[in-house]
Design a protein around this ligand. Structure first.
Ligand code: SF4
Ligand code: SF4
Length: 131
């Protein structure tokens, strides 16, 4: 099995797996430091005291109280069934609107890796791999 496939930016994996994911506090740090409320407003957070809110206005001091992080929601906190940063352009490719600061769950996702076994994705970069 080849481990060095190249993503063709078809966007299928972002369509299928780009939502309903969990985040980690390390995802939030650069967004807080960079004042990226445009991203944080799409994050749902459950705090240790069971309070829930989006990440808008979150500070580094709040992080120890964060219990769960969910992707993605609308600015009003309603769950989304798509990623708000999915950007399909005229060249036919899909771009990540937050590519340089995207969450770990997206950075780590590579469907050609043996751990996933998700050929149902029809990932074109997996076409040379036999299930
Ligand atoms: S499905 Fe495969 S080729 Fe398409 S964007 Fe995802 S990893 Fe890249
Ligand atoms: S954040 Fe970027 S990589 Fe992750 S699902 Fe959205 S568009 Fe895809």
């Amino acid at each position: 099995m080849s481990a060095d496939q190249e993503c063709l930016q078809c966007g299928v994996c972002c369509e299928k797996w780009g939502w309903d994911q969990y985040g980690i506090p390390a995802d939030l740090k650069p967004w807080i430091k960079g004042r990226r409320d445009d991203i944080l407003q799409h994050v749902s957070i459950r705090f240790r005291n069971h309070r829930r809110s989006t990440g808008a206005g979150l500070t580094l001091a709040d992080l120890p109280e964060v219990e769960r992080i969910y992707y993605w929601v609308s600015p009003s906190g309603s769950k989304l069934d798509y990623c708000p940063f999915y950007d399909k352009r005229e060249d036919g490719k899909v771009y990540c609107g937050i590519h340089t600061v995207k969450p770990a769950v997206c950075i780590g996702f590579a469907p050609w890796l043996e751990v996933y076994h998700d050929y149902g994705l029809n990932c074109p970069a997996c076409r040379d791999i036999a299930p």
